[in-house]
Structures are given as C-alpha cells and as structure tokens.
Ligand binder design. Structure first.
Ligand code: FAD
Length: 552
C-alpha cells in the first residue's frame, strides 16, 4: 500500500488505529517530520499526526533560509551558531536541489547594527564556527565593490559591505521531503488528524484520541512514547496533559511580503538595517523578491496569524530606505505570509531578544515536548529527542535501537551528490521543455521543488496530450496527489508548489482546473468543491489584502 497517496487515506487511518507504535509524534512541521524520520530510520515503529496539512504551521512561514544565524553571534549564542553552521552543510548534502548556496550581502551604513570592524570580525568568527572554507569564506567589500554587487543600494548611505555564504530553501518542501523519507523508512504520517485527548496507562501517556478533519471519525493511536512537536501549539498539548506550568511559550509574529522581481530587481540576497535598529532580508526568488521579517509579540488566534497594514508599512519603509530608487508602494505587494515563532518565554526580554534555543520538557506522565529552535537545526533537534526516547524504551524493555543516521539519509528527490549535478539536471529539463515554450524559470522551479522527482512529473506530462502550462501543472498535481498526501486545493497551491506566495496570479488562472481534477480523483461532491473554492479564496485574500486582520 502506498501510504503517501491521498487515495489510501482510509486504509492509513485503519492501519494507524490497529498498530502498536513505539512512538507517536504530534505535529508535522519541520521538527516533527525530522523526529519521525530519525526514529523510523533507527528502527522504531512510528506514527506522526498533524491537525492541518504538513508544514501548515510555522514551517511554511519562515524566511526560508538554512543559516548559521549571524544575529545569534551578536547575542553571543556561540553554541547555536556552531551547531546551525554545521547543520547547513549537512542538510545541503541531503537535498542539494532544495538547500541551495546563496551569497548574502550585508551593506555597511552609518550607525548600522554592525560597523566595519565588527562585521569583519563577526563574519570571520561566523565562518570559523560554521566550518566555512574556500570561496565561501567571507569577504569585506569596498563601497564601489558593494555597489557593483548590488546597484540598487543607496549610494549615499552605503559605506562598504560584508559578503558571506548562506543557504536558501523552501521550508514546506523540506518538511514534506522529510515526511516522505520517513514514510519510506516505515513511518505512518497522517495530515488533517487532530489530537483531541491523550491516553494513559499506569499514569503514563500511552497514545492519543485523534479526530479526522474530513469525516469527523475518531481513532485511538497507541504508542509507548508520545512526543509533542506542536510548535506554537506546544502549550495547548501541555494543557491537555495537565502539565502547563513553569516554562511557557512566548509567541512572536514574523511577516514577509512579496513583490515582483521587476519591481525590486535585486541581483542577490541582502541582509540590511532598518530604521528601528533591527535587520531584515530581501531575497530574490524566481520571478519575485520577498522582504522580511517583522518580530512582534503575538496574542491573537494561533491558527490564523495575519499580515496587517502596519506590517506592510514597516517592511516597505525598511526596503525603501535602502533601495530608494525602487519607490515600493503598498500596491506593489502581491502576496505575503505571517508566521509564529514558538520561543521560550524569558522574563523581561523583548521579542527580538528572546533566545532561539530549543528546549525539551518532560511531564510527570511522560509527555515529551520540544519547543523553540530553528528550521536549520531540525535534524539535530530530532536526533536529541529520539535518542532520549530510544534510551527510555531500551531501559523499559529488552530492545536496542540503531544510532541516528539521518546525516547520511538523502531526502526524496535529493539524489544528486552535489550542486553541479543539480545544475546539469536543470539544463536537461530545460532542453526538453524549451521547445514547448517553457523557460529557465520553469525548469528551475521544477528542479528546485522536486529534485529528481521532476522526472516522474515529466513522465506524466509526456503521457498527456496537453503540452501547455496547464498540462504541466496537472502533471504536477497528479504527482502530488499520488506521492505527497496532497488532499486539498490549498495544500497544492500553498505547501506543494508555493504558488500562493511566489506566483499568486497563476492560482486564479489554474484554480478551477485543479479543483475539477482533484474532485475527479477524490470523488468530491458539489458542496465539497464549493468549500475548497471558498478556502482558496480566503487564503488568497489573507495573503494579498491587509485590512482583514483589522476586521477579525
Ligand atoms: P510547526 O511548523 O508550527 O509545526 C507544528 C505542527 O503541529 C503544526 O503543523 C500544527 O498543525 C501541528 N499541531 C498543533 N496542534 C496539534 C494537534 N492538537 N494535533 C495534531 N497536530 C497539531 N528558522 C530558520 O532556520 N531559518 C529561517 O529563515 C527562519 N525564519 C523564520 C521566520 C519567521 C517569521 C518565523 C516565524 C520563524 C522562522 N524560523 C526560521 C524558525 C522556524 O521556522 C521554526 O523554528 C520551525 O519552522 C518550527 O517548526 P515546528 O515543526 O517546531 O513547528
């Protein structure tokens, strides 16, 4: 049975209710997906559930960088810099198509966060701690060289620049490929299944009562250990477990806005000062450039963080101050996303000052919760949690599990070896698609999203008669429904393809065709199709209109 096919969902629910698991993971964001993969590949019998789609929480709403975290150096968090620096290189090896080297320019300006000496020293320490070598080592640039590197910078303000190596990714796709790889290792991963209650045996957590979002059906999942990787919802699960005391989460909201690349045609990524003393990123991606992030305390609905007009103004002002010729206006903002950082509360500290360190809490009834941390550190966080679970299981019974081996487990689609092989593959894909009117962006989009799995999509495309953009997107959809538990139209346009953020016009263009195709595959009736249409309209409105938050 292919448990990644949307058509196998009922069988998957049956299977989950009948299996005795070693581990149940609550939450299918980057952290939970990493835990499921680490545990399954060590030989544990694993189930993972998420109440929404995989990655629909914070893990599709980040800055999408796999980075050593220069800002942590400023906060003297050397351990985070060292660990995440090393992790970047590992995750790049596991999925070179998806975790792509990206040079970052840090322009020096009068009264900026980093002066010249501090930038030079900071980036040197950063490279050293992160183990960066060769051409990737940081360089300090003169004013002229900085402006050559990025001509859109304000020549009256820029004094010089630091130039260093980072990686960019697609957070949702990285999460999905971890889920898929975990399933290939034997895990059962189920989206749209909410943990309502926990089960107990001898006063220890022994599973959960879960409810299917679509049918309302309830199932019990039994497991020797339960880990909550519920991100911003970690305290909700701790409350269900009656263990919400001592440390708590402190949620902060981060917004990104997207403009077309034509309106902010950056040659490369820039990390820059904004007037209130913070720093933000501007990152070119495909035909778009995105700008972010904000960092403000959040007390609203965790299920629905929204972009406000104030967020948009803050980011546009910041960008216009450094790229004055762009003269970006609110009308230039095509799309946006807002995410919540699940940080650990520290008395007296502001949103930006809070540590990004991860922490594990174990309740008296054995619920293990993990919170804080970074997308970049997901693999290492997972390793730590699973080692704890494996030790505890070993102590309880006569079992031993293998050591973690996720540092060498290539993710689905990532079988390239190095970045040069990704480029060569992209050229092959372009050679096939160019005669049909597709361009380098289209080939790059497919290869960076799906890696080697692009071959599977092209196989479906070749077999069809429609050789237009619509034919290609339908091939992509068929692949996602069969291999990625893509169950709703928003799953497709947001987390599988990123189109809602980076090509929002194409969402309206293809929505009806995609709904019809999904209705055919999954047997949707007219009310279900109407519901899907409404949910997509709402997602488009929330991404592109900034008065909604004021009305909620
Ligand atoms: P989530 O992704 O939120 O996953 C938790 C999951 O639990 C959700 O999918 C939710 O649906 C599920 N869940 C909740 N309750 C239940 C329940 N009752 N039953 C079942 N499932 C449930 N990190 C970086 O390394 N690089 C960056 O560039 C970066 N930028 C960031 C920018 C912003 C604005 C933000 C907010 C964060 C950023 N981060 C970055 C941090 C990073 O995104 C997070 O650390 C990471 O995504 C958290 O993943 P998670 O799996 O812990 O949480």
């Amino acid at each position: 049975m292919n448990f990644l096919s949307g058509k196998s969902r009922h069988a998957l629910l049956d299977q989950a209710s009948q299996t005795a698991y070693d581990l149940l993971v609550i939450g299918g964001g980057a952290t939970g997906a990493g835990i499921a993969l680490d545990a399954a590949s060590r030989g544990l019998k694993v189930a993972l559930v998420d109440k929404q789609d995989f990655a629909a929480g914070t893990s599709s709403r980040s800055t999408k960088l796999i980075h050593g975290g220069l800002r942590y150096l400023k906060q003297l968090e050397f351990k985070i810099v060292r660990e995440t620096g090393r992790e970047r290189a590992i995750v790049h090896r596991l999925a070179p198509h998806l975790v792509v080297a990206e040079k970052m320019l840090l322009p020096l300006v009068e009264n900026g966060t980093y002066g010249k000496a501090l930038t030079a020293l900071g980036l040197w320490v950063y490279d050293l701690m992160a183990g960066v070598s060769g051409d990737d080592r940081r360089r300090m640039l003169s004013k002229e060289k900085t402006l050559q590197q990025e001509p859109l910078l304000d020549k009256n303000r820029v004094l010089g620049g630091g130039y260093y190596a980072e990686y960019r990714t697609d957070d949702a796709r990285l999460t999905l490929e971890n889920i898929k790889t975990a399933v290939k290792q034997g895990a059962h991963c189920i989206n749209y299944l909410t943990v309502k209650e926990l089960l107990y045996e001898k006063e220890q957590v022994s599973g959960a009562v879960c409810q299917d979002h679509f049918s309302g059906r309830e199932i019990q999942i039994r497991a020797k250990k339960v880990v909550s990787a519920a991100g911003p919802w970690v305290d909700e699960i701790r409350a269900i477990n009656n263990s919400l005391y001592h440390k708590r989460l402190h949620l902060t909201k981060g917004v990104h806005i997207v403009v077309s690349r034509a309106r902010l045609p950056l040659k490369q990524s820039v990390y820059f000062d904004v007037p209130d003393g913070r720093m933000i990123f501007a990152i070119p991606r495909g035909r778009s450039t995105y700008i972010g992030t904000t960092d403000t305390d959040y007390h609203g609905d965790i299920n629905r963080p929204l972009t406000t007009q104030a967020d948009v103004t803050y980011l546009l002002d910041g960008a216009n101050a450094l790229f004055p010729d762009a003269k970006l206006l609110p009308a230039d903002v095509e799309s946006s996303w807002a995410g919540l950082r699940p940080l650990i509360h520290e008395e007296g500290k502001s949103a930006s000052e809070l540590s990004r360190k991860d922490e594990i809490f174990v309740s008296p009834t054995g619920l293990i919760s993990i919170a804080g941390g970074k997308l970049t550190g997901y693999r290492k966080m997972a390793q730590r949690v699973v080692s704890r679970v494996a030790q505890s299981l070993a102590a309880q019974g006569n079992v031993t599990f293998k050591p973690s081996r996720t540092h060498k487990l290539v993710l689905t689609g990532g079988d390239f070896g190095n970045a040069a092989a990704v480029d060569a593959f992209r050229n092959t894909v372009l050679a096939e698609l160019a005669p049909l009117g597709f361009d380098a962006f289209d080939a790059g989009y497919l290869v960076h999203n799906y890696g080697r799995q692009t071959e599977d999509i092209l196989k479906i495309f070749r077999a069809g008669t429609d050789k237009s953009g619509q034919g290609l997107i339908l091939a992509e959809l068929a692949f996602c429904m069969e291999n990625e538990l893509c169950l709703t139209i928003c799953d497709f346009f947001i987390r599988r393809t990123g189109r809602l953020y980076f090509d929002i016009a194409s969402v309206g263009q293809y929505a009806e065709r995609v709904i019809s195709e999904m209705a055919l595959t999954y047997g949707w009736d007219t009310p279900r199709m109407a519901q899907e249409r409404n949910e997509l309209h709402q997602a488009v409105a929330e991404a592109s209109r900034f008065d909604i938050a004021e009305k909620v």
